[in-house]
Design a protein around this ligand. Structure first.
Ligand SMILES: Nc1nc2c(ncn2[C@@H]2O[C@H](COP(=O)(O)OP(=O)(O)OP(=O)(O)O)[C@@H](O)[C@H]2O)c(=O)[nH]1
Ligand SMILES: [Mg+2]
Length: 321
């Protein structure tokens, strides 16, 4: 076993941090580390917290982390930077708010940039969650900003998904209709101190009663005031309730198997794309092909399909660097 992987397994946070950096850089050493860490995963639990900008996700994550530490559990936090126009200084704010945890070895915090990714959640977040699991984090909290469809990616990362809303984001019910209902295992109406919180909770509950999601789980709705630490213990109990439901029904295993499969497929897809685009500048055969396509002497669809049906060509373009 590599020294790096061994240090991660020993719970060394700097080694864990290093593995996440290697993953972000697509460094071959990340593959080696992940292969060695994988057999030691499976005991951690991943919770996704998603919702529109400013609903209080970071505050919720921070309070949950505090609550979990109180229960003697170790915590990993991945804050996925959405690079959305809404959240300019948000990460800095998160850092400051979470600062007090930095002195605590039981909490590991990392922000993940999504720059350069084509929307949605970067697939390396799946690998990162597994790395945190191997490093012995009992619970990993993944914060992602989601507006409508972009929230859906969190489902492929977390065991339980918490969708957060506030009474002030008046379009909350609209958001629900836009497909969020399929991903939410639990709902949080945060900023319950604001007007309209109870009405929103009632509206969400009513909508849930009208829809049968068919998996036997009825998503509960929690009212929280994250900044005042109100409702956090209840929310955590709700999450463990969902975890128990999933493990009893076999749903947890199903979700995790699906996640592994999609991590593999997404990695293959992304890597082939990345390598081909990288080669466009260097590889004269490929740039020549692109020139012919542009110059109408080659047809885009047929040329692409031809390339893919030729194993040698495919290996040449998609293969190692
Ligand atoms: N009134 C009220 N404000 C809250 C509550 N919880 C959090 N806030 C405030 O809401 C603001 C946004 O909180 P964040 O935790 O940064 O929200 P976020 O969802 O992480 O925001 P982004 O990451 O930018 O999408 C902060 O000023 C918090 O102090 C609450 O229960 N009530
Ligand atoms: Mg935040």
């Amino acid at each position: 076993m590599s020294e790096l992987a061994q240090r991660v397994l020993n719970g060394e946070l700097r080694a864990l941090s290093r593995v996440l950096t290697l993953l972000e850089r697509n460094d071959p050493a990340a593959a080696e580390a992940m292969e060695q860490l994988d057999p030691r995963t499976g005991s951690g639990y991943a919770v996704g917290i998603t919702g529109p900008p400013g609903v209080g996700k970071s505050t919720l994550v921070d309070r949950l982390a505090e609550h979990l530490r109180g229960l003697g559990l170790t915590v990993g936090i991945l804050a996925v930077d959405p690079t959305s126009p809404f959240t300019g200084g948000a990460l800095l704010g998160d850092r400051i708010r979470m600062q007090r945890h930095y002195l605590d070895d039981g909490v590991f915090i990392r922000s993940v940039a999504t720059r350069g990714q084509s929307g949605g959640l970067p697939r390396i977040v799946k690998s990162m969650v597994r790395a945190l699991d191997a490093a012995g984090k009992d619970v990993t909290l993944v914060e992602t900003v989601g507006v409508g469809q972009t929230e859906l990616g969190i489902m492929g990362v977390a065991d339980s998904v918490v969708v957060a809303m506030t009474p002030e984001s008046g379009d909350s019910i609209q958001t629900l209709k836009a497909g969020v209902m399929e991903i939410a295992d639990l709902y949080v109406i945060n900023k319950a101190d604001r007007d309209g919180a109870n009405q929103l909770a009632a509206a969400v509950t009513a909508m849930l009663q009208m829809s049968d999601l068919g998996d036997g789980w009825n998503p509960p709705v929690f009212l929280t005031q994250a900044y005042a630490n109100v409702g956090i213990a209840e929310l955590w109990d709700g999450i463990t309730g969902h975890r128990d439901f999933l493990s009893d029904s076999g749903g947890l295993e199903k979700r995790r198997i699906e996640r592994r499969r999609s991590e593999f497929l997404e990695t293959v897809q992304e890597e082939i794309y990345r390598r081909i685009t990288q080669r466009m500048t260097k590889d004269t055969a490929l740039s020549g092909l692109l020139d012919r396509i542009a110059g109408r002497t080659a047809e885009p669809y047929g040329t692409a399909m031809g390339l893919l049906s030729d194993d040698e060509e495919l290996a040449r373009f998609g293969g190692g660097e």
